[in-house]
Every structure is written in structure tokens, then in C-alpha cells.
Ligand binder design. Structure first.
Ligand SMILES: NC(=O)c1ccc[n+]([C@@H]2O[C@H](COP(=O)([O-])OP(=O)(O)OC[C@H]3O[C@@H](n4cnc5c(N)ncnc54)[C@H](O)[C@@H]3O)[C@@H](O)[C@H]2O)c1
Length: 257
């Protein structure tokens, strides 16, 4: 259940077949928004949208690589065709490639920049162009990470992209404000998703011990922050990054390997 109503609003969210993106899509749809759900994995996108629709709400899958300019164009066109307007763009898709700086290969770096930065930048541009044309404002949200604030072992390149997204939110918050569009970022800390829990069975216990609140975040925790930033209640929150990490960045301890 959500405290917000997004009736007659429409949203695009990338990388939403699972994890945080899926939960944001689900909560947005339950709050009344029409949601275009993107994922690079077609089966995941279709299944996720179907699961959300089963709750009696509007959600349409659109598969494709969110870093591709043609996929971005298709997302905006489809949202307009199907829902008639676009109010929210959530650039959630990212890849997390761990790697020692001294061995980090250019190919991995290029792919990281393409998905985390190019995809987010040009989704924001395409969405903002549409919002400006509509003339009724909008909201753009980037998905950062606490690794954009604190150095983290083997995440130099990833952390760099996340810090860049926060700067982009700040810059666009200023540039797009005259059009009634606000731009913010969320920086999640350790969050229990299929990817994180799947890659380390001890993930939840390990992080919960280190986080001041005593638990890692859930996708629901991150989605609640997203819905707030997309809502009218956040109309004066612009160009900001909201850290959702149970207080971890206050001290930033990392687990012993
Ligand atoms: N989970 C965490 O602990 C955590 C912490 C900090 C930040 N984040 C950020 O939150 C966001 C979501 O993280 P998550 O752990 O829920 O997701 P994830 O890494 O598990 O990926 C979610 C989905 O994105 C899709 N995807 C990957 N590349 C794509 C592309 N090029 N185009 C379209 N879809 C693509 C995947 O298929 C997957 O279904 C990411 O931006 C991530 O960097 C996550």
C-alpha cells in the first residue's frame, strides 16, 4: 500500500525486470501510474510486467538495452502512444562490474559507461524533451549508490559512474527547473536483491552487522524513497541525492573478507 496517488501519470523505468527497479515499477503502478517497464532480458521484462498487471494495474514491458539510443527513443514513443503522456523517468538500469583498478580492461570500462552513464543521460534527455513539449513539468530520477560517496574495494569505475550521476542530477535540476521538471538521485546502500543475495549467501548477515539500523535495505525501502521523490510532496527537493543506507555512510565500515 502506498501513501501517494499517481493517477493519470505515466512513467518509464529501466532495468526493472528484477530488484529495486521492479519494486519501484510495482509501487508506482499500485499508486495509479501507467508504467513502461524496461529490461534488457525480454523474458524478465514480460514476466515482471505481467506479475504487476495481475494486481489489476497498468504495466507494459519493453525489452532492450537501456544504453541504446534507439531503445530510449522507442521507450518514449511507446509511452506516448500507449499512455498519452510522460511524467516520470527513472534511470535505474546499471551494471556493477567489480575489478581491481590495475587490471580493469577498457572493454569493461566502455560497457560500464554505456549502461550507467550514456543510458541514464540520454533517457533523461529524451524524457525531458517530451516533458517540455507537454508543458506540465515532470520528474527525473537517477539511481546512484553509496559507492558514489565512499571508496569501496574493487568498485572504482562503478563508484565513479555513480558520483557522476549525482552531479548530473544537480546540473539538470538547475537546467530543467524552469520547465517544472525536478531531477534527483537515490543512493542505496547494501540492498537485498536477487543479484546481491544470489552472489553471496552471507550478504544479508554480513551487511546487517555493519549497518547502524541493524539491517540491510530491501527493495521496498528504496522504492518508498523513490515514490516520495516522484510525488508532489517532493516538489521543493531538486538536484539532490537521497542516501538510503540505514546510516552506513555515517561510518562506512566494510565486511572482513
Ligand atoms: N542492490 C544493491 O545493493 C544496490 C546498491 C546501490 C545501488 N544499486 C543500484 O540500484 C539499481 C538497481 O540495482 P539492483 O541490484 O536492483 O539491480 P540488478 O543489478 O540486479 O539489475 C536489475 C535489472 O537490470 C537489468 N539490466 C542490466 N543491464 C541492463 C541494460 N543495459 N538495459 C536494461 N536493463 C538492464 C538486468 O537484466 C536486471 O533485471 C542499479 O542502478 C544499482 O547500481 C543497487
Amino acid at each position: 500500500m502506498t501513501a501517494y496517488s499517481f493517477k493519470n501519470k505515466s512513467a518509464i523505468i529501466t532495468g526493472a525486470g528484477t530488484g529495486i527497479g521492479y519494486e519501484i515499477a510495482r509501487q508506482l503502478a499500485l499508486a495509479g501510474a501507467s508504467v513502461l517497464l524496461n529490461d534488457i532480458e525480454e523474458e524478465l521484462a514480460v514476466r515482471a510486467a505481467e506479475k504487476i498487471r495481475q494486481q489489476g494495474v497498468a504495466c507494459l514491458p519493453l525489452s532492450g538495452d537501456s544504453s541504446s539510443l534507439s531503445v530510449i527513443a522507442r521507450m518514449v514513443e511507446t509511452a506516448i502512444q500507449e499512455f498519452g503522456r510522460l511524467d516520470f523517468a527513472v534511470a535505474n538500469a546499471s551494471i556493477t562490474t567489480f575489478g581491481n583498478f590495475l587490471d580493469y580492461e577498457p572493454e569493461r570500462f566502455q560497457r560500464l559507461l554505456a549502461v550507467n552513464l550514456q543510458g541514464s543521460f540520454f533517457l533523461a534527455q529524451a524524457a525531458a524533451r517530451q516533458m517540455v513539449k507537454q508543458g506540465s513539468g515532470g520528474r527525473i530520477l537517477f539511481m546512484s549508490s553509496v559507492t558514489g560517496h565512499q571508496a569501496h574495494p574493487n568498485l572504482a569505475a562503478y563508484g565513479m559512474t555513480k558520483a557522476a550521476l549525482e552531479m548530473l542530477a544537480r546540473s539538470l535540476g538547475v537546467e530543467l527547473a524552469p520547465h517544472g521538471i525536478t531531477v534527483n538521485a537515490i543512493a542505496p546502500g547494501a540492498t537485498l536483491t536477487e543479484r546481491t543475495v544470489g552472489s553471496d549467501l552471507d550478504y544479508e548477515a554480513k551487511w546487517s552487522r555493519l549497518i547502524p539500523t541493524g539491517s540491510a535495505s530491501t527493495p521496498e525501502d528504496i522504492a518508498h524513497a523513490a515514490l516520495f521523490l516522484l510525488s508532489d510532496s517532493a516538489r521543493q527537493v531538486n538536484g539532490q541525492s537521497l542516501v538510503v543506507d540505514g546510516g552506513w555512510t555515517a561510518a562506512s565500515p566494510t565486511p572482513e573478507e
